[in-house]
Design a binder for this molecule. Structure first.
Ligand code: ATP
Ligand code: MG
Length: 437
């Protein structure tokens, strides 16, 4: 039979006198709690979001590791394609902030680690760095996790072991993110290739057909006009008129096809967006207002200029206005609003223009397709489905963008953004070419 003391020792694993029994028990409980929180953190670390950015991933790992290791700052480094990218997460007392350092990588990973420590110490002078490697399943070292701590606070042996253990878990997650990015990039490139091959093929066919059709069409249009003049009013006049109208429509299609395949050359110059809107309204404004549409143009208070083809941008605006007119057919209180404005995005200035209508809107199913060549919801006699794809092509060729937003039965808004010229650039041009204006 065990005596009472022996029994307690066997049950609790604590060999001690009754006096220190509770102290040891408390110590054991604390140790268990620590191990539990370490397990919880390791579990959390395996849940790194696969589509997160690297700075987000670095901050996530830093915030988790801070709960179980004595770290002040943290760095995630990845060696890939000849560069070493380091995502340094720093705690500023209230939140984590991540800084990216990109440097040339060496083929020798231990040299990479030495250089990494050197560059981290340049940023955080009074800190010491402790790194553990990130390994792929084939034991290839593809990066590091680095803890940055005060020089006098070295990691204990036990803490270093724990850091190594967490690194093996994090390696798997980081590898998954790298794989995800690779696949994602490949899918994107493939889609771009298919799209550009499709566009190139369509462009080539379109240009060929357009050139072939141009001369016979000129004859059809010229002759039908002559005949119309000669025949005066007769029973055949409506038929001849029809031939002429159809000829004009074909001409428009050919024009679009040629622009689409970029076979036509346009002159680039400094243009004011408001002037182009005025020109476009001069051409079709009357046609719109007689159909009962209210057209408002709200010009930006400051002048907005871009470098491009006046004629091509006018074509975009006309395409957008004609689409708005079609979408407003049969609507009560049909309105088109055009507004020019300044837009700032990613440190770049843009000349912005939107055309807004309160017409039929575009269904969510159709919205992703409207910029595709030959996509049209209109009757065959009304739409070729080239207007928006031509317009998008022009916008991109100007280094700009054309986007659409819409709500079925409520509104459609097309926004054109073109790189803006600064006042100095416009001024310099006016000085060197005084007769341009
Ligand atoms: N403002 C708008 N409101 C509602 N739908 C629109 C609007 N603009 C474009 N769409 C939709 O996008 C489709 C494609 O437009 P796009 O201008 O490319 O061709 P289209 O107008 O049909 O023909 P085309 O312009 O070549 O004569 C249209 O058929 C229409 O369904
Ligand atoms: Mg159109």
């Amino acid at each position: 039979m065990f005596d009472k003391q022996e029994m307690l020792e066997k049950l609790t694993g604590i060999q001690s006198s009754r006096k220190s029994y509770y102290t040891e028990l408390n110590y054991l409980v604390e140790e268990m709690k620590k191990k539990n929180s370490q397990l919880a953190v390791i579990n959390q670390l395996t849940q790194i979001q696969i589509n997160a950015s690297w700075p987000e991933t670095s901050i996530y790992i830093a915030s988790q590791l801070k709960q179980i290791l004595p770290l002040e700052h943290f760095a995630l480094s990845l060696v890939k394609g000849g560069t070493r990218s380091t995502y340094l997460s720093r705690w500023n007392g209230t939140e984590w902030q991540c800084q990216t350092l990109i440097e040339a990588a060496s083929a020798d990973m231990s040299l990479n680690q030495t250089r990494l420590h050197a560059s981290l110490q340049e940023v955080l002078i009074d800190h010491a760095a402790t790194s553990v490697p990130l390994h792929s399943p084939r034991q290839q070292n593809f990066g590091f996790l680095t803890i940055l701590h005060q020089k006098e606070e070295q990691l204990s042996g036990e803490e270093y072991e724990l850091f190594l253990l967490t690194a093996s878990h994090i390696s798997v997650c980081v590898e998954n993110i790298l794989l995800f990015q690779d696949v994602h990039e490949k899918v994107k490139i493939e889609a771009q290739l298919v799209q550009s091959a499709k566009m190139a093929a369509i462009g080539e066919i379109a240009a060929g057909i357009a050139h072939e059709l141009n001369s016979p069409l000129t004859a059809i249009l010229g002759n039908s006009q002559l005949l119309l003049r000669e025949m005066g009013t007769s029973s055949a006049t409506p038929l001849m008129n029809d031939i002429y109208r159809c000829g004009v429509r074909c001409k428009k299609i050919i024009q679009n096809l040629l622009t689409f395949s970029r076979q036509e050359e346009y002159q680039f110059e400094i243009v004011s967006i408001d002037d182009v809107v005025e020109d476009a309204l001069g051409l079709i404004g009357y046609q719109l207002t007689v159909s009962g549409l209210a057209v408002h143009f709200e010009a930006s208070p400051s002048p907005l200029s871009f470098y491009g083809s006046r004629h091509q941008i006018e074509q975009i605006i006309i395409n957008l206005l004609l689409n708005a007119r079609d979408a407003l057919a049969g609507k009560e209180d049909p309105q088109i609003t055009i507004r020019s404005f300044h837009h700032q995005e990613d440190d770049r200035s843009y000349v912005g223009l939107f055309v807004h209508d309160n017409g039929s809107g575009i269904s969510p199913d159709h919205l992703p397709q409207i910029f595709q060549p030959f996509f049209s919801t209109k009757e065959r006699s009304k739409g070729t489905g080239l207007g928006l794809s031509v317009s998008l092509g022009i916008a991109l060729a100007h280094g700009g963008k054309l986007t659409a937003e819409s709500e079925s039965s409520h509104y459609s808004r097309f926004t054109l953004l073109l790189p803006q010229l600064s006042d100095e650039e416009v001024h310099d041009d006016e000085e060197t070419n005084p007769d341009r204006r």
